[in-house]
Design a protein around this ligand. Structure first.
Ligand SMILES: C[S@@+](CC[C@H](N)C(=O)[O-])C[C@H]1O[C@@H](n2cnc3c(N)ncnc32)[C@H](O)[C@@H]1O
Length: 383
């Protein structure tokens, strides 16, 4: 079932279908519910601007998020729409005449998308990027203007607007999009690689930094570690260095994060130890199979504050941790996660804190997990 669309979807769809079916491939990027992809498939079923026969390559969808990729794939498959679900952005937009996306929150994410479209799409491509007016900034126009000769904004409809970019500026021969990027952090002894949408880019978030400062306290005998929501892989890489005998699973819902982590781990000499996975849950790891989980959970979903993902991650961690295993989490001090961690995982202490963040260590109850995220022996908590 296709999820209900919103005003941004509607204005993007109206702008996309105006002028009819393009003569070449069409790509949707990060269409979270599959609505746009499916609506375009329906709008143009059986018609092509060039008179060519539609084939499977005509309509492509690319999603960075594993959960959104699944939702969009389910929606289009259930409706019987012929859509190629691409595994790379460059593959999705190659030779495209039309690219439709919702504006990402970060300018770096938009920059990488715009650079990729400008380099790989047709010279006559039209890129449509829609968003809520309150979330749109002048900087978004400026980013698009770096990669396209023409950028204009549509009229606003229901507090939403579309930026229309045309006349892509091709990169110099032999040069592609300037991503991923890297930065050396001498104070941490780490080199970070980051795609545009990766959390904190090539920088180091203050919460991540605080959790990094605690990794020398991980249990020395740990052989299986998970960095849950690995971003650019700083925690996974530092944990691998701290525990050279351990296998570190670095998982993230975002493809860009997983690719960034692979590059970061390799750059720091622990590429063989860190196993990256594009996962939005730990369902593929068995119960009681992990010694340590480290996690800096997301605090936002897109532009909205949302604790849902963090709470699901804690339950996931509780399931995979062996009795006595440890979950290390960093979060903003105002978030009410301490009682949740005690209830869902087990005994929890504050390992360190600063004016903004808490780092906690939760120990999985000794009576063994029930596989449902419920605590096994957390009734009395010393902290
Ligand atoms: C606050 S960032 C932390 C990134 C990195 N660990 C760090 O400290 O720099 C949270 C990360 O969780 C990822 N994420 C969000 N929901 C997720 C889920 N359900 N499963 C796995 N990762 C998720 C996001 O893509 C993001 O990379």
């Amino acid at each position: 079932m296709n999820a209900p669309e919103d005003a941004v979807d509607r204005i993007l769809l109206a702008e996309a279908v105006e002028g009819g079916r393009p003569s070449g491939p069409v790509a949707t990027v990060d269409d979270p519910t599959g609505f746009l992809t499916l609506a375009l498939a329906r709008a143009w079923a059986g018609s092509t601007g060039s008179g060519a026969t539609p084939d499977e390559e005509d309509l492509r969808a690319y999603a960075d998020s594993a959960a959104e990729d699944r939702a969009a794939t389910d929606a289009t498959t259930a409706a019987g729409a012929v859509v190629e679900h691409a595994t790379t952005l460059a593959g999705a937009v190659a030779d495209a005449e039309l690219v439709v996306l919702r504006l990402p929150k970060s300018l770096a994410a938009l920059d990488e998308i715009a650079a990729t479209v400008a380099a790989a799409a047709s010279p006559t491509v039209r890129l449509l990027a829609g968003g809520r007016v309150k979330h749109m900034t002048r900087g978004m126009n400026d980013v698009l203007a770096r990669h396209f000769g023409s950028v204009r904004a549509s009229l606003g409809v229901q507090k939403s607007r579309v930026l229309v970019a045309e006349r892509p500026v091709r990169p110099a021969p032999g040069r592609g999009p300037d991503y991923p990027r890297s930065e050396r952090h001498e104070d941490l002894g780490l080199t970070v690689w980051a795609h545009g949408s990766a959390f904190a880019g090539t920088g180091v978030d203050l919460g991540t930094r605080l959790l990094l400062s605690q990794l020398d306290r991980l249990p020395a005998g740990a052989t299986t570690v998970v960095d849950l929501g690995c971003g650019t892989g700083l925690l996974a890489t530092a944990a691998a260095r701290q525990l050279p005998e351990a296998t570190v699973w670095a998982t993230d819902d975002s493809r860009a994060a997983v690719w960034s982590t692979t590059a970061t781990a390799r750059a720091n000499g622990v590429g063989d130890q860190v196993r990256t996975r594009w996962w939005d849950s730990l369902a593929d790891l068995g119960p009681a199979s992990v010694d340590v989980v480290v996690c800096n959970p997301p605090f936002h979903r897109g532009t909205a504050k949302d604790s849902g993902a963090a709470l699901a991650m804690f339950a996931d961690a509780a399931r995979v941790l062996r009795p006595g295993g440890e979950l290390w989490v960093v979060f903003n001090s105002h978030l009410p996660y301490l009682p949740v961690l005690r209830r869902v995982v087990g005994s929890t202490i504050v390992a360190t804190q600063d004016p903004h963040y808490l780092v906690t260590r939760s120990t999985r109850g000794r009576t063994g997990p029930r596989g449902d995220g419920r605590p096994t022996s957390a009734a009395s908590d010393p902290s």
